[in-house]
Ligand binder design. Structure first.
Ligand SMILES: *[C@@H]1O[C@H](CO)[C@@H](O)[C@H](O)[C@H]1NC(C)=O
Ligand SMILES: *[C@@H]1O[C@H](CO)[C@@H](O)[C@H](O)[C@H]1NC(C)=O
Ligand SMILES: *[C@@H]1O[C@H](CO)[C@@H](O)[C@H](O)[C@H]1NC(C)=O
Length: 443
């Protein structure tokens, strides 16, 4: 299932891992994603920095609120105060080119009198949000918040992940004139072994929260497998939440959970726009080992702009991931439909309507099966999903009508990726921000 020439890239341990995690070919046709997880409870390599552990809490389910059309203006009595007085709770990491991140900003919502500076919206509107922004990763300091994974790809891609210094020096990462973070891939026409790219791990470890990610552009094209996701430790026991992910010429986002044994979805409680995917295994079972790594997945069959070319055509938008006592929900708002409360940094998920994906807590305690997560961006090529024979050679699912083999004229993904750098001009992320919010009531 792995194109032979990628074996050259792999250490023996990774080859063994790939064999252990092999799954029936048909499991991936129209089915669920292959996990990014670091498989079999082993890490081939440690991340650059081991995230700080936090205590888990055990919370119970709360009833889902129905959408109310209630972006009601309220008196301006809350303001976001930027504090740079001390180290933030999480950033204490070097970043590979000498920037001290110890003074990373943190935010505190502060109640003030009505004569205090108004809340942050241009309209002066403030919202009755139960979420407070704790981290705002954007602009020139965006890359200070991430560690670069510069080892082999755990998903066996035809990729060569580079460290921060190399990425910077070779122009794979940059901040553009809009202040957005760019993560590109090497577009040299012919390369050996793997194509250069980046995989970055967020230097914040969290258990529950609301994460907003605004990307103007995402990587597209045959051979690509980009993703924005989060992982816990000791995979799959700390859980994996695949938030924005797909391969090749998909136009539909595939959202998936991968967990230890015991986490199940209850269909009657899932209120969502997307469709639960099916595969060779029980699609309600999120456990990786019991489903040959299938996990439980939702495909966004509702939007035409939730992934790929459609996503880029509309200038992207905001993906919201809420992980609290209700469970895990993911929303997608394209550039033209971003709620004002999100723009105002006072998110009101209860007003956002039906999410794309809804993984209720009913039979999956969101603090037992998920803990100590950190976010990840990557762009890999081929590998376990995009490059699998039955994915490269077939189409008719996830909005892709023609196979990549037919579209490119190459019979293997790796051959195509290694010999067509020009085809990857659009295989880049342009990220406006990643924002983290916390709540004393929702979690
Ligand atoms: C100020 O905000 C708090 C908390 O959001 C709210 O309970 C209170 O009613 C607000 N006060 C005014 C004067 O709007
Ligand atoms: C967060 O970052 C965005 C993008 O750089 C910026 O527009 C916004 O003002 C920041 N928010 C705060 C509270 O500093
Ligand atoms: C929110 O606070 C809880 C409790 O302190 C913590 O476990 C969690 O990691 C925080 N989430 C974020 C996104 O900071």
């Amino acid at each position: 299932m792995i194109p032979t020439n990628t074996f050259a890239l792999l250490p023996l341990a990774a080859i063994a891992l790939s064999a252990l995690s092999a799954q029936p070919a048909s499991a991936r046709i129209g089915g669920n994603t292959v996990s990014h997880g670091i498989r079999n409870g082993k890490k081939p390599h440690l991340p650059v920095v081991e995230p700080v552990k936090r205590a888990n809490s055990d919370k119970t389910k709360r009833k889902v609120k129905k959408r109310k059309n209630s972006c009601v203006a309220r008196p301006n009595n809350a303001t976001a105060t930027l504090s740079t007085s001390g180290p933030s709770s999480t950033a204490s990491l070097g970043n590979g080119w000498g920037v001290n991140t110890d003074a990373t900003s943190s935010w505190q919502a502060t109640s003030t009198s009505s004569s205090a500076p108004a809340a942050t919206t241009s309209a002066g509107t403030s919202y009755n949000s139960e979420w407070t922004m704790t981290e705002n990763w954007s602009g020139n300091s965006f890359f200070d918040h991430w560690s670069f994974w510069s080892w082999d790809d755990p998903t066996h891609g035809t990729v060569h992940y580079v460290d921060a210094g190399t990425a910077w020096n070779e122009g794979l990462i940059s901040i553009n004139d809009k202040g957005n973070a760019i993560m590109k891939v090497d577009t040299t026409q012919n390369v050996q072994g793997g194509r250069k790219s980046v995989r970055i791990h967020g230097n914040l470890v969290y258990t529950g929260g609301l994460v907003l990610m605004d990307a103007v552009h995402m990587p597209v094209g045959c051979g690509t497998w980009p993703a924005w996701w989060s992982n816990g430790p000791n995979w799959p026991y700390g859980g994996e939440i695949d938030i924005l992910e797909g391969v090749n010429a998909f136009s539909q986002n595939q959202i998936s959970l991968h967990t230890g044994s015991g986490c199940r979805m209850v269909e009657s409680e899932m209120e969502m726009q997307g469709k639960l995917t099916t595969g060779n295994f029980d699609q309600f079972n999120c456990a990786s080992y019991e489903t040959s790594n299938q996990g439980c997945g939702v495909r966004d069959t509702y939007h035409t702009d939730g992934y790929g070319e459609g996503y880029n055509a509309v200038g992207g938008g905001v993906v919201a991931m809420k992980w609290d006592k209700e469970g895990i929900k993911i929303w997608w708002f394209n550039r033209n439909s971003i709620p004002a409360d999100i723009t105002a940094e006072q998110p009101m998920p209860s007003t956002w309507g039906t999410p794309v994906a809804d993984f209720p807590s009913t039979e999956c305690n969101p603090y037992q099966y998920f803990y100590d997560h950190f976010n990840i961006f990557d762009t890999t090529f081929c590998g376990d999903w995009a490059g699998a024979d039955n994915v490269w050679n077939y189409a008719g699912y996830a909005g892709q009508d023609q196979s990549c083999a037919a579209m490119t004229g190459y019979s293997t993904c790796s051959d195509y990726v290694l010999n067509n750098g020009n085809a990857f001009q659009n295989a880049y992320w342009e990220v406006a921000y990643v924002k983290y919010f916390n709540s004393t009531t929702a979690l």
